[in-house]
Design a protein around this ligand. Structure first.
Ligand code: DC
Length: 227
């Protein structure tokens, strides 16, 4: 999808569990664009850090990993994530890796290293990217910016369903507590906190099905492409 010769960039941000990944993936497919899950990159750094016995307090080690780790995305349903040549698609989705990813994403050197790579990937356009700083930092010139959100309870319900589908038992109250903790951490960090870009479209997804959300974003993208 083109906008005056430039391939379109769609940036989707929002808190954990808002449905960004699913929506971004389906929207990219619908529009024939590439898809970038920036959160998966923070999760890869967290996974490697944990494997070497580190914690979020080991800032230098985390920064080193962020600079050196090889992260690749391969086509598939779901898209496969390779970390130093190893398929970590499932491993990076464990709740404790999500928590550690949130903690390492507050380290400026980690962000610098990953944002540089993300900007390279976004480069020529023709992509839907999602994360926490997609529209504010990685692609501030995106043709369409969306801030996707839902109530805490709705997001926790979705997370529980997702975990159960993967055979991981989930306690609603525990998932809700972790989600709120992660929101707070992502919103209050000094470097690139989660916030809505001024020119983003706010989409609240309580009570909306995935297809409805994707339809709405596809219409918005088509309108922007015509401008
Ligand atoms: O979207 P996710 O749950 O996979 O992201 C994991 C963590 O990574 C999230 O808590 C915050 C961080 N993150 C970030 O800081 N910036 C991004 N663009 C994407 C994710």
């Amino acid at each position: 999808m083109q906008n005056g010769g430039r391939l379109m960039v769609v940036a989707i941000d929002g808190p954990a569990g808002a449905g960004k990944s699913t929506v971004a993936r389906l929207l990219a497919k619908r529009l024939g664009l590439r898809y970038l899950d920036t959160g998966a990159m923070y999760r890869c750094v967290a996974l490697r850090l944990r494997e070497v016995g580190g914690s979020a307090a080991d800032r230098e080690r985390a920064e080193e990993i962020a600079r050196a780790v090889r992260i690749e995305f391969r086509a598939g349903e779901p898209q496969r994530v390779l970390c130093d040549g190893r398929d970590v698609t499932e491993a990076i989705r464990m709740p404790e890796i999500g928590d550690l990813a949130s903690a390492v994403s507050a380290i400026p050197g980690v962000r610098r290293a990953l944002v540089e790579r993300q900007r390279e990937i976004v480069g020529a356009g023709g992509i839907v990217l999602e994360g926490r700083d997609a529209g504010t930092v990685i692609a501030p010139g995106a043709e369409l910016k969306v801030f996707l959100t839902a109530s805490d309870e709705e997001r926790a319900r979705r997370r529980c369903r997702e975990l159960e589908l993967r055979g991981i038992s989930a306690d609603f109250e525990e998932v809700l507590r972790r989600l709120r903790e992660r929101d707070l951490q992502d919103q209050t960090r000094v470097d690139s906190p989660l916030r809505m870009a001024e020119d983003a479209v706010l989409v609240e997804t309580d009570g909306l099905g995935i297809e409805e959300v994707v339809d709405r974003l596809a219409r918005l993208a088509e309108d922007r492409a015509r401008v």
